[in-house]
Design a protein around this ligand. Structure first.
Ligand SMILES: [Zn+2]
Length: 93
């Protein structure tokens, strides 16, 4: 019987959601600044630190993705769980 944890996938084929969950599970997400409306975090992925910033509903990540990257998703998972879907949506008032 194998005892692999569900959702842990190595390689490049995992989904953004799976990668975000893995980043969280491995402690790769480090919230550096949190206030209502502004969140900054450092997310370590594959040995590289990415800076994630959420301000005024705008999501930015130093990896270059405006939305939809695993770093943003991981921060969304710990800061605003109900907004996870909005990470992939262009304009949500
Ligand atoms: Zn990113």
């Amino acid at each position: 019987m194998s005892a692999h944890a569900a959702g842990i996938v190595h390689g490049g084929a995992e989904t953004i959601e799976a990668e975000a969950a893995r980043l969280l599970a491995t402690g790769a997400v480090d919230l550096t600044f949190v206030t209502p409306g502004i969140t900054s975090a450092r997310v370590r992925s594959d040995g590289v630190d990415h800076s994630v910033r959420v301000a005024g509903g705008r999501w930015e990540c130093s990896c270059g993705a405006r939305f939809g990257c695993a770093h943003l998703e991981a921060v969304a998972l710990v800061t605003v769980p109900t907004v996870c879907d909005a990470v992939g949506i262009e304009a949500e008032p």
